[in-house]
Write a protein that binds this ligand. Sequence first.
Ligand code: 5GP
Ligand code: ZN
Length: 113
Amino acid sequence: MADQCLFCRIVRREIPATLVAETADCVAFRDINPQAPVHVVVIPRKHVASLNEADDPQLVGRLAVVAAEIAGREGIASSGYRTVINTNADAGQTVFHIHLHLLGGRRLGWPPG
Ligand code: 5GP
Ligand code: ZN
């Protein structure tokens, strides 16, 4: 599965992406179809299909910590931002490699659509 996984391929640099952060466990890059002025996707290097398959709380936590660090660098920590993990069909997950969206730089509606 990981062979053909789009985000695994980004981790392996087989597909280009605009990287904004790299740690030992995580990679973050700008979303190709941004929904806000700042729209970054944070992923683990390890292939995990979705939150349903995630069994490492530290790894899931690190996605959030990396997102907060990027929010600071992007200048949206004070104004505010949203972090989202879409899981399966009802949430609109389209890439089955767990990822945390970091969205900010504009007023975000609530509840989400
Ligand atoms: P999901 O809908 O699964 O929660 O989020 C997948 C996200 O990945 C979408 O926001 C989509 O725009 C983004 N995406 C899909 N393919 C690529 C790609 O090749 N490069 C980058 N940078 N983002 C992608
Ligand atoms: Zn993957």
